[in-house]
Design a protein around this ligand. Structure first.
Ligand code: UGA
Length: 434
């Protein structure tokens, strides 16, 4: 099939590359000519394992191209997929300006029947809004489809090529059939719903996953007080198929560009129809507080006196295998430490420059590697569970720290790793060791 994907952010780029990989002819469009130049030169503007290789192979095979020319791309395609950003407005609501703009430009470029599918996460009713906008500008027939995306950063290709399910929200049987055909090679689990339900499935799924995380984080906080181990509790819960084992890793809370934005947006969506989503409000509140779990431990260790201490930070990305630092718990943790007179030394294998762009370069000592970061620090906090950290020789680490204090915000290490060391070790929801 001939497909245009509008927006070369995470979702657009990965989808475009994967649709090309499946044998379709894909044109990826972005307004940002710098991004398009990078992509045409074989570069990838984001860090995502395997993406560069797959993009290059498909580009060289003539199945994938990149352009700023939206109209030209639309005219050559039967299916248009919108994957433009819907960043939050100050109120928490999704900003639909890019969707509206794209709808107008697609309508003006129409030269025949097309399917217009929205992959961006958008409030219920947005597909109808898009259709209304387009209908006012074109007489050509089109079908609007809701095509929510469930990929995770860091495993985006795997998630796209082997999804648990594909959701297609349509009000036309023939358009639903075409989209089913397009996705058939990926999974047999294709759920066709009405458009509004598909839009809702995306928010409900992210909100539910966020709820699981905040739930296990609260269980972890109680475990710390009653002397239980949250990893054992989660394992014991997870074997129950009604609960499931995933998204029960306690830590310093969720971050990234999706959960924080989508939970707030769903609270807003509910508010617009006079419904107060009390449970989700608490999920957000618990998550906000959970990042201070690490700070509270530092305060206990240093008896309330953080000023003048040196703290090493391992990990700045909101999760491993990504350079994304949007809403990363590390931001507020480091901000709090710096504001309280702590000397912070920080390191991340790939997210350092993105973090510096957001946080500023001053006020933190940026380090080259994990051991250098720990040099002469009074304590070390692990905030992102990069593989590199779990492989560190703890015996060696102990000798470079001023005090062998390790606060593991992601429960990476265990008793066995610490055997024979003098570490005072704190994690989340597990008994401390010293
Ligand atoms: C999330 C969803 O998992 C995807 O299905 C969805 O498509 C995507 O949002 C989106 O809406 O675009 P993503 O934000 O890339 O994907 O990352 P996740 O792997 O879901 O992790 C989100 C956050 O939750 C991370 O900060 C991670 O550290 C945290 N997390 C995750 C936990 O604290 N505990 C867990 O058990 C799992």
């Amino acid at each position: 099939m001939n497909i245009t994907v509008i927006g070369t952010g995470y979702v657009g780029l990965v989808s475009g590359v994967c649709f090309a990989e499946l044998g379709n002819r894909v044109i990826c469009v972005d307004k940002d000519s710098g991004k398009i130049d990078t992509l045409n030169a074989g570069g990838i503007p984001i860090y995502e394992p395997g993406l560069k290789e797959m993009a290059t192979a498909n580009r060289l095979a003539g199945k994938l191209s990149f352009t700023t020319d939206l109209s030209g791309a639309v005219r050559q395609s039967d299916i248009i997929i919108l994957a433009v950003g819907t960043p939050p407005l100050p109120s928490g609501e999704a900003n639909l300006a890019y969707i509206d703009q794209a709808a107008i430009e697609i309508a003006d470029a129409m030269n025949g029947y097309k399917i217009v599918a929205v992959k961006s996460t958008v409030p219920v009713g947005t597909n109808e809004r898009l259709a209304t906008l387009m209908r006012a500008r074109t007489n050509y027939r089109f079908d609007s489809i809701s095509l929510p995306e469930f990929l995770r950063e860091g495993s985006a290709i795997q998630d796209t090529l082997h999804p648990d399910r594909i959701v297609i929200g349509a009000d036309s049987q023939s358009a639903a059939d075409t989209m089913t055909l397009l996705h058939k090679p990926l999974t047999h689990q294709i759920v066709v719903t009405d458009i509004r339900s598909a839009e809702m499935i995306k928010y409900a799924s992210n909100a539910f996953l966020a709820t699981k995380i905040s739930f296990i984080n609260e269980i972890a906080n109680i475990c710390e007080k009653v002397g239980a181990d949250v990893t054992q509790v989660a394992e014991g819960m997870g074997y129950d198929r009604r609960i499931g084992p995933s998204f029960l890793n306690a830590g310093i809370g969720y971050g990234g560009s999706c959960f924080p934005k989508d939970t707030r947006a769903l609270i807003q969506i509910a508010g617009h129809v006079d419904y107060e989503f009390k449970l989700l409000r608490s999920v957000v509140e618990v998550n906000q507080d959970q990042r201070f779990n690490v700070i509270r431990k530092l305060e206990t260790i240093f008896e309330g006196e953080l000023r003048g201490k040196t703290v090493a930070i391992w990990g700045l990305a909101f999760k491993p295998n990504t350079d994304d630092v949007r809403d990363s718990p590390a931001i507020e943790i480091i901000q709090h430490l710096v504001d309280n007179g702590v000397k912070v030394r920080a390191y991340d294998p790939v997210a350092m420059s993105n973090f510096q762009a957001l946080f500023g370069k001053a006020r933190v000592t940026w380090c080259e590697n994990p051991l250098d970061t720990a040099q002469d620090a009074d304590a070390l906090c692990l905030l992102t569970e990069w593989d590199e950290f779990s492989k560190i020789d703890l015996g060696r680490l102990q000798t470079v720290l001023k005090r062998p204090i390790l606060i593991d915000g992601r429960n990476v290490f265990n008793e066995e790793n610490l055997l024979g060391t003098e570490f005072v070790y704190y994690s989340v929801g597990r008994p401390s060791m010293n």
